[in-house]
Design a protein around this ligand. Structure first.
Ligand code: M6R
Length: 357
């Protein structure tokens, strides 16, 4: 039920801090150790390469999952769009582990890959919000997102839950492999949950940004570098699916290779600047698009912010910034859709779970 909320999407955006706290609780035992099916731990520890398969928003979470697993647990990861996998089947390693990420657990494109890889005899782990769903039943192992039912077509809390669970999985695997980490995922996720709460309290500012930048435009670009680029991809998917604004996410460094030709007087550009190592270069990109007339806004993180930034997220661990930085993007999309009189929870032409290939 929506309760006092006008839309499920807004309610689900607001639920994110609680979902993260629930995940911390569900994945921790009484000795403050990570609680995980020992078979999943073994599968992660013994594989030589991970293949993440997903679609849409879950694919975007997978791109971040790759960063977590490679950086923390030192296992190579490939991320594939489910619908493309069979045309571009990669050469598989000797001991692959397939990880299916799906909010609904019913996405037909992902299921068809699962059927294929099971036939080849490869182990599969499904990360889903619906245990008992098709992808969960047909895989060897399941990790539950604990996000509660997600009703709005636009995925919000499932995305942040997927990233939280992937971060926990990456740390558990690192520990199982004897890698010493200076990163306590539960503590860092606790900080993220508090940041999320502060962010969802800033709806008025975000509504104003949506009004100023997006109420009449036909297009909008998101730019970022490194993990900010992946969050930009998610921000652009959110905006296009519910507001019907043509939105695209680009890597800041790619602008000069073609994309910058699209910038006209007044084109909205949303730049993410939450990473220290790319802070200088992404701000350079913003100057480049502004010089061509863009109406740009910078969304940065406390500590890396500069005067004039449109929005600053609270400080969270470098690797986990997407869990916080996506929230203003979700809210900006929500208000843009609202200002444009769109059906926020049930956008045209879309279904909550895509059960056809
Ligand atoms: O249920 P799934 O996570 O497998 O769904 C995958 C996509 O269909 C889904 O994420 C879609 O892109 C959302 N509408 C995005 O908000």
């Amino acid at each position: 039920e929506k309760g006092t909320y006008p839309h499920f999407m807004l309610k689900e955006i607001d639920e994110q801090p609680f979902v993260i706290r629930k995940i911390i609780q569900e994945y921790q035992n009484e000795n403050d150790e990570i609680k995980l099916d020992p078979q999943i731990r073994k599968a992660m520890k013994t594989c030589d390469r991970i293949y993440i398969i997903a679609a849409g928003t879950s694919y975007h979470a997978g791109l971040l999952g790759k960063q977590f697993i490679e950086k923390l647990a030192n296992i190579p990861v490939e991320v594939h769009v489910a619908s493309e996998f069979s045309y571009n089947m990669p050469l598989l390693s000797e001991k692959p582990l397939f990880v299916y990420i799906s909010q609904s657990g019913e996405t037909a494109d992902s299921r068809s890959v699962l059927v294929q890889t099971k036939k080849l005899g490869h182990p599969a782990l499904t990360i889903t919000n619906v245990p008992g769903s098709t992808l969960s039943r047909e895989a060897d192992y399941t990790m539950h997102l604990h996000a509660g039912p997600e009703i709005a077509v636009a995925s919000t809390k499932a995305y942040t839950a997927q990233m939280a669970v992937l971060a926990i999985l990456a740390v558990d695997t690192a520990r199982a492999k004897g890698i010493n980490l200076d990163f306590d995922p539960m503590q860092e996720l606790g900080i993220v949950a508090n940041a999320m709460e502060a962010l969802t309290d800033q709806k008025e500012d975000l509504e104003e940004l949506a009004r100023d930048y997006l109420s009449v435009t036909r297009n909008c670009f998101f730019i970022g570098r490194g993990i900010d680029y992946y969050v930009g991809l998610e921000g652009s998917l959110k905006l296009k699916e519910i507001s019907y604004i043509q939105a695209e996410g680009f890597a800041g460094g790619e602008l000069k290779h073609g994309t910058i030709a699209l910038i006209e007087e007044g084109t909205p550009v949303i730049a993410l600047a939450t990473q220290e190592n790319v802070n200088y270069s992404i701000r350079g990109n913003v100057q480049e698009v502004e010089a061509r007339g863009a109406n740009s806004m910078i969304l940065s993180m406390k500590g890396l912010d500069k005067e004039g930034d449109a929005f600053v997220i609270p400080h969270v661990h470098d690797l986990l910034t997407p869990l916080a930085s996506v929230i203003p993007l979700q809210l900006i999309s929500y208000y843009a859709a609202l200002h444009r009189d769109c059906d926020v929870d049930k956008p045209r032409n879309l279904a909550k779970s895509v059960t056809v290939e």
